[in-house]
Design a protein. Structure first.
Length: 254
C-alpha cells in the first residue's frame, strides 16, 4: 500500500486545523514565551496554524533562566513552553494552570566543532572525557543541557581540570555561534539548536551512556487572556501531522 504523500498529510493537517479556527468565536492574538529549543519546528508549524485558524501568534524567545525570571515575576503570556521540570516549578509558584502541561518534544544534547576542523571522538563517555581533556576551549549553555553537563563533568572527575577553558554562554545566545566564529573549539547544546547554525560541523548526539533527554512542555499561564486559542495552538503542535516537522529539526515528538 502506498504511503500518504507529505502533501496529503499536510492537507489533512490543515483541514483538521480549520475546525479549530471554525470553533473559535473570533480571531485571537496568542502570546507565547518559550525557549529556543523548539524554535525551528515551532516557526513552521505556527505559520500553518495562523493560516488555518485565523489566530495570530506573538512569540518571545528567551533562555530558560530568563523565562523563569520573567514568568516567575509579573510578566504574563497565554502559553509558556519550557523544559518540563521548569514548567512544574512555575506551576508550584502559581504561574501555570495546574494540569495544563502538555509535552511537545524531547531533545538530546549534541556537540559541534567549527566547519572543517578535526572531528574529535565523542562515541562513548570515555571518548568524550578524553576529548574534553584535550580540547583547548569548551562551551555550553545556561539551559537544561548546560546544567546537566556541569554535573556530568563532575561525575567524570574532570571539572577542575577543564575549569579554565570552559565558557558558559549567556542566556538566549547560541553555543553554535561561538563555535562557528572559532571562539571555542567544541560546543555542546541541544541538537535542535545546533542544526540551524551555519559554519559548524555537528559531531552528533552524545552517546547513550552519557546522554540526557529533556522533555519540553507547554502550559497555560494563570493570567492567560485567550485560553481556548492557546489550547488550540497546543493541540496543533501535538497533532500527528506535526511530528515529521518536529523530527526534521532534531527533536522527537512528545
Amino acid at each position: 500500500m502506498a504511503m500518504p504523500s507529505k502533501v496529503s498529510a499536510l492537507a489533512k493537517f490543515l483541514a483538521s486545523a480549520m475546525l479549530i479556527g471554525a470553533s473559535a468565536a473570533q480571531a485571537a492574538e496568542i502570546k507565547v514565551m518559550g525557549t529556543p529549543v523548539l524554535k525551528e519546528a515551532y516557526h513552521e508549524i505556527v505559520l500553518q496554524f495562523e493560516k488555518a485558524s485565523g489566530h495570530k501568534v506573538s512569540t518571545i524567545w528567551a533562555g530558560t533562566v530568563d523565562v523563569m525570571k520573567r514568568i516567575g515575576g509579573d510578566e504574563t503570556v497565554d502559553l509558556v513552553i519550557v523544559a518540563a521540570n521548569s514548567l512544574e516549578e512555575l506551576t508550584k509558584l502559581g504561574k501555570i494552570v495546574p494540569g495544563s502541561r502538555v509535552d511537545i518534544a524531547k531533545s538530546g544534547i549534541g556537540a559541534a566543532v567549527r566547519a572543517g576542523a578535526p572531528k574529535p571522538d565523542i562515541s562513548s563517555g570515555e571518548a568524550l572525557k578524553r576529548t574534553l581533556l584535550a580540547a583547548k576551549s569548551i562551551a555550553y549553555s545556561t539551559g537544561p543541557s548546560g546544567v546537566y553537563l556541569i554535573g556530568l563533568f563532575q561525575r567524570m572527575g574532570i571539572s577542575d581540570q577543564i575549569k579554565s577553558k570552559v565558557t558558559q554562554v549567556p542566556p538566549g545566545e547560541a553555543v553554535g555561534d561561538l563555535v562557528a566564529r572559532g571562539t571555542v573549539e567544541i560546543g555542546f547544546h541541544q541538537m535542535s539548536e545546533l542544526l540551524p547554525i551555519k559554519g559548524i560541523d555537528i559531531l552528533g548526539p552524545l552517546s547513550p551512556d552519557v546522554q540526557r533527554i529533556t522533555v519540553f512542555s507547554a502550559g497555560l499561564h494563570k493570567a492567560a487572556k485567550d485560553i481556548d486559542a492557546a489550547r488550540a495552538l497546543v493541540k496543533f503542535l501535538t497533532a500527528p501531522e506535526a511530528a515529521p516537522i518536529i523530527r526534521k529539526t532534531g527533536l522527537e515528538p512528545g
